[in-house]
Design a protein around this ligand. Structure first.
Ligand code: NDP
Length: 240
């Protein structure tokens, strides 16, 4: 039987690349999204991957969403990729409380929500792969991103702790820390700043979504059973 993979924020950007790569590798894939219904519909038509809308920052919505996915796909989640994320950048002295709260709830509380919902069934079947999307900026900090870096660093502590709790249950929990990857999120960066960032990347360019998807496939594999609590940097050689 095919293993079931659920990718949050899985219909565009990095998540879309991850969903497609998992499907190509033989997994049964569900892609979650939040508000981009048109993009999701197009993605579904092009790829045949089932799409499901809910807000990952809301616990009850996650419970309901996962239930829909398991009913539609005919089994519980084997691989969970917590990829959904947003930015609301600004220097701290000007940051609105709402920008802090929105980023923490979407990027960090969402990881608790999704893991809390899927972990009981993974423990029951003694198998699971959880892959959490952190960021190079969660490792090193970034000006204008106290909210984002705090959430992405928080993911790393969460990942290591859940890895310890799950190690005896056949469940691995790992994080990926992408560097700068070409998506809508980084398209929003000003060209002169992009040039400065690129100058600091040893490989000399932004990464591609396929390059993150490849790392997800590696960690999702059954044979990756001895890798847990790890953070895999995929960042073109940026030294941290
Ligand atoms: P995009 O902005 O391109 O896509 C974000 C995705 O997250 C969309 O599918 C969006 O859904 C979904 N999403 C946002 N909020 C919610 C929510 N509340 N509930 C459910 N889904 C939601 O981002 P990227 O592809 O660039 O980034 C993906 C992940 O990788 C993020 O966690 C990001 O922080 C991380 N990352 C990205 C880097 C980069 O350089 N691009 C670098 C390091 C980390 P919808 O379409 O409905 O809005």
């Amino acid at each position: 039987m095919k293993k079931i993979a659920l990718v949050t924020g899985g219909t565009r950007g990095i998540g879309a690349g991850v969903s497609k790569a998992l499907k190509e590798a033989g997994y049964l894939v569900a892609a979650n999204y939040n508000s981009g219904a048109e993009v999701a519909e197009k993605f579904n038509k092009e790829t045949g991957i089932a799409v499901f809308s809910w807000d990952v920052s809301n616990y009850e919505a996650c419970e309901k969403g996962v239930k829909e996915v398991t009913e539609a796909l005919g089994g519980t989640i084997d691989i969970l990729v917590n990829n959904a994320g947003i930015t609301r950048d600004g220097m701290l002295h000007k940051m609105e409380v709402s920008a802090w709260e929105k980023v923490i709830s979407t990027n960090l509380t969402s990881v608790f929500n999704m893991c809390r919902v899927v972990i009981p069934s993974m423990r029951e079947k003694n198998f699971g792969r959880i892959i959490n999307m952190s960021s190079v900026n969660g490792l090193k900090g970034q000006l204008g991103q106290t909210n984002y870096a705090a959430a992405k660093a928080g993911i790393l502590g969460f990942t290591k702790s859940l890895a310890l709790e799950s190690a005896s249950k056949g469940i691995t929990v790992n994080a990926i820390a992408p560097g700068y990857i070409s998506t809508d999120m980084t398209d929003a960066i000003r060209d002169d700043i992009k040039a400065k960032i690129t100058a600091g990347i040893p490989v000399g360019r932004f990464g591609k979504v396929e390059e993150i998807a490849h790392a997800v496939l590696f960690l999702a594999d059954e044979k990756a059973s001895y890798i847990t609590g790890a953070t895999l940097s995929v960042n073109g050689g940026q030294y941290l």
